[in-house]
Design a protein around this ligand. Structure first.
Ligand code: NAD
Length: 313
């Protein structure tokens, strides 16, 4: 790989250090905060994410609790857990891990979360605020993508505003939790933004769009989807995909949506998998949890931009 490798682990370490200091200061001032996660069933990737969050929460001393429900739990049972957490003062952030089983209505579950504790902005009120460009919370993965991108631009001395105003950002994948929020954050930076979904892949192919991208954000959940022929030479590529692959030795390793071997030598910069967007996302969720505690306590009015989350206090 000859592109600049955007080091998500180093970025996450820096964010973690400032978060640890913030948690210590704010809890010292009596602020009550904590993250609660809910998982229904036993999806491999969700389980791995939950374990990472648990460990990180311990390290930065954010109180953490996890509710594990069996895959046959009813919708009412899941809602009951959420309602109990809504009413728990020490819980400032609630995360429902996806995927949910097919018999559980995801939209109904998200609507049950108190919007003030909805740190992934999945409640319609928060998703709407994000789409309007006045977010209460910014979903952690899209926030992390743009934090890495902003930091990379700063590191090479590019003026952010000038870069975004003249750039085309293409987002591959249109999920409510990653692709659409990433599009909103591109709009917020006044870039030109295109959203490419599997329908484009099935008809014209994604390359027709992605080849023009100055910034390519890939969140499709398809290992190796983006190859050298899909990218331009000056592209900055942010690979969100995390796809478990079982090797011949039976060990599971994680690969991205970008075929780094072929894309790396061609583009300007690339986030690796693992070690790119993922580690930053984990810290961001806890940042949002701390910010939610400040919001709940009325200490900050709103989170107008992801980078201002904690500096406002
Ligand atoms: P999702 O399944 O909810 O959505 C995937 C989107 O990609 C959909 O819009 C789908 O139509 C589109 N898509 C599927 N195949 C496509 C193709 N061939 N061409 C173009 N678009 C295609 O998934 P998600 O929750 O958005 O996650 C996407 C990936 O990102 C997964 O690998 C997931 O594990 C990973 N992820 C990573 C992080 C992180 O922190 N790095 C966080 C969340 C999700």
């Amino acid at each position: 790989m000859s592109a600049h490798v955007i080091d998500g682990r180093a970025c996450a370490r820096a964010l973690k250090a400032s978060l640890t200091a913030d948690v210590s200061r704010l809890t010292g001032q009596g602020l009550r905060l904590g993250l609660a996660t809910i998982m229904v069933g036993d999806d491999y990737s969700s389980g791995a994410y939950e374990r990472r969050l648990r460990k990180l929460a311990e390290q930065v001393e954010v109180p953490y609790r996890h509710h594990r429900l069996s895959s046959d739990a009813t919708q009412d049972e899941v809602v009951a857990v959420i309602e109990a957490l809504n009413a728990t003062p020490g819980v400032s952030g609630i995360l429902v891990l996806r995927p949910l089983p097919a018999h559980v209505d995801e939209a109904a579950i998200f609507r049950a979360i108190d919007p003030a504790k909805d740190v992934e902005a999945v409640h319609p009120e928060n998703a709407g605020l994000l789409a309007l460009g006045i977010p209460r919370f910014v979903p952690s993965t899209a926030a992390s993508v743009f934090h890495l991108l902003d930091s990379y631009l700063d590191s090479v001395g590019e003026d952010r505003a000038d870069f975004y105003h003249r750039s085309l950002i293409v987002v591959v994948g249109r999920s409510n939790n990653v692709g659409k929020p990433a599009v909103s954050l591109g709009y917020e930076r006044q870039a030109t933004v295109q959203s490419v979904d599997e329908w484009a892949d099935r008809t014209t192919g994604i390359g027709r769009h992605t080849r023009w991208a100055d910034v390519l954000v890939v969140a499709a959940g398809k290992a190796g989807l983006v190859k050298a022929e899909h990218v331009s030479e000056n592209a900055i590529v942010l690979d969100v995909g995390i796809n478990p692959q079982v090797g011949s030795d039976g060990a599971v390793r994680l690969v991205g949506d970008v075929d780094a071997d072929s894309v790396g030598p061609r583009v300007r910069a690339l986030t690796p998998v693992p070690g790119g967007v993922g580690p930053v996302t984990d810290v961001w969720l806890l940042r949002n949890t701390v910010a939610a505690a400040e919001l709940l306590a009325g200490r900050i009015p709103s989170l107008s931009h992801p980078d201002t989350v904690l500096e406002a206090s």
